[in-house]
Design a protein around this ligand. Structure first.
Ligand code: GLU
Length: 463
């Protein structure tokens, strides 16, 4: 058997974290077996589907690097196929025409509710051997209903939740085509999974109730059943369903905030699946390890700190040139000036240890790319007479010292010794004069990066 998985989003909004995780697991499962990953866009809800949402899904998948092997297939382009299958089912007697108006159906439901029964379609138009059907009313366009088995039950072994059984009595004779002939949701999904030869369906557990209906339709079609796995939802830190209230829920908000796709993938991989205690792994490692046995059945809680920690890990692993490309747009937006300033990759390399996001990194790097505006009160505090004298010596020595970190560090020590000062007494005012702030990377590294001319100009201006 060749493994064939699919991701089947409805394009009614952005690609959210839960959707991305479903896509990731389906993709990884196909990759693990050298199988096929299909992308299918379920766009039959014309009122809620938009081209922008389709694009947002494609963008999100692209950012994460979840490449599909087939598709994207659009359900709206498969209408002829659904009509053909409806007709085949009518011919085979596994579906039938129902002429009840929506009002009649509502009235029968109401009667059942009043009788304390579960409201369902009463089978008025369901053909049975020896049963006489009512006369076809004039001017009424029928719906097509699926002839759901009356007895027995549907059981499947959910790869996440274990065995699930639903009695057929719980299931209505589902409408599979509306009066205008358009097919309905569960029917389209079943036909697609059949036609696309899907072997494993991983999806959110909001679909558990659809599964027995889809299984019955697939059985009626003589299709082989895929395995189903329903992933529990992702909760916010407060235990509530993840939503806008919790901050970014669209995958594409994350590059905007300075997250790397590697970090997001690694994070989502562990949010609902485990491999021992392993927390950090590449996608190659993940696709080798990924299996259905270690999917977590309980709801996962989104942990922003952990995502930040992973992002920091991947930022540290990333080469400085790529970091520069990623950080540049934000620095430019923030008005960075690059003429005469140290090279961005070098600066980012110096600062990446502590950054949880590219945006934090860009903010930190900004001290090299703007005019320093030291707070006059702070300056007055740090620029004592003794410090001024030491800075004078520092400036003299700076004119000729070899300009590298080691030589600069040695020179600073000599200046301190000559003026009987401690390192912070000189380093702090130097930081203020050079960058306008008191917190910077190590002072010798900062001096080296700014270069002799800038350092001398700023110290002399300060004095
Ligand atoms: N289109 C459905 C959704 O976006 C998923 C259907 C499925 O995976 O079967 O929730």
């Amino acid at each position: 058997m060749t493994v064939r998985t699919r991701f089947a989003p409805s394009p009614t909004g952005y690609l959210h974290l839960g959707g991305a995780r479903t896509a990731l697991y389906s993709w990884a499962y196909a990759r693990h077996f050298g199988g096929t990953f299909v992308l299918r866009i379920e766009d039959t809800d014309l009122e809620r589907s938009t081209p922008e949402a389709v694009q947002a899904i494609l963008d999100g998948m692209k950012w994460l690097g979840l490449e599909h092997d087939e598709g994207p297939f659009y359900q709206m382009q498969r209408m002829d196929r659904y009509r053909e299958v409806v007709k085949g089912m009518l011919d085979a007697g596994t579906a039938y025409l129902c002429y009840c108006s929506p009002e009649e159906v509502e009235a029968m439901r109401e009667r059942m509710r009043a009788a304390g029964e579960k409201p369902r379609y009463d089978g008025t138009w369901r053909p049975e051997p020896g049963k006489t059907l009512p006369g076809v009313p004039e001017g009424v366009k029928p719906v097509v209903r699926f002839k759901n088995p009356l007895d027995g039950e549907v059981t499947w072994h959910d790869v996440v939740k274990g065995p699930i059984t639903i009695g057929n009595k719980e299931l209505d004779d589902l409408v599979i085509a509306r009066p205008d002939g358009t097919p309905t949701y569960n029917f389209c999904v079943a036909v697609d999974d059949w036609d696309m030869k899907i072997t494993h369906v991983l999806r959110g557990d909001d679909h558990v109730n659809n599964t027995p209906r889809q299984i019955n339709i697939l059985r009626a079609l003589g299709a082989e059943l895929p395995q189903y796995g329903h992933l529990p939802m992702i909760l916010g830190a407060d235990g509530q369903k993840l939503s806008k209230r919790h901050g970014a829920v669209s995958v594409m908000d994350y590059p905007e905030q300075g997250y790397l796709p590697e970090a997001m993938l690694n994070y989502l991989a562990r949010l609902g699946w485990s491999h021992g205690d392993d927390e950090i792994f590449s996608m190659q490692q993940f696709t080798e390890w990924f299996n259905l046995e270690h999917l977590t059945a309980s709801a996962a809680q989104f942990n922003h700190e952990k995502l930040g920690w992973l992002n920091n890990h991947y930022i540290k692993q990333t080469d400085n040139e790529r970091l520069a490309q990623l950080a540049l747009p934000k620095l430019e937006r923030d008005g960075a000036r690059f003429d005469g300033a140290p090279a961005l990759p070098t600066v980012l390399g110096l600062m990446k240890e502590r950054a949880n996001t590219i945006n934090e990194l860009a903010d930190a790097a900004m001290l090299f790319y703007r005019d320093p505006q030291p707070d006059p009160e702070l300056l007055a505090l740090h620029l004592t007479d003794a410090v001024r004298a030491a800075l004078g010596t520092f400036a003299e020595r700076s004119a000729t010292v070899e300009w590298n970190k080691a030589a600069l560090a040695a020179m600073l020590k000599e200046v301190l010794a000559a003026h009987s000062l401690k390192m912070p007494q000189l380093a702090m005012p130097l930081r203020l004069l050079l960058t306008g702030q008191l917190q910077t990377p190590a002072i010798d590294a900062v001096l080296e990066l700014f270069g002799r001319d800038v350092v001398l100009a700023r110290v002399q201006k300060g004095l």
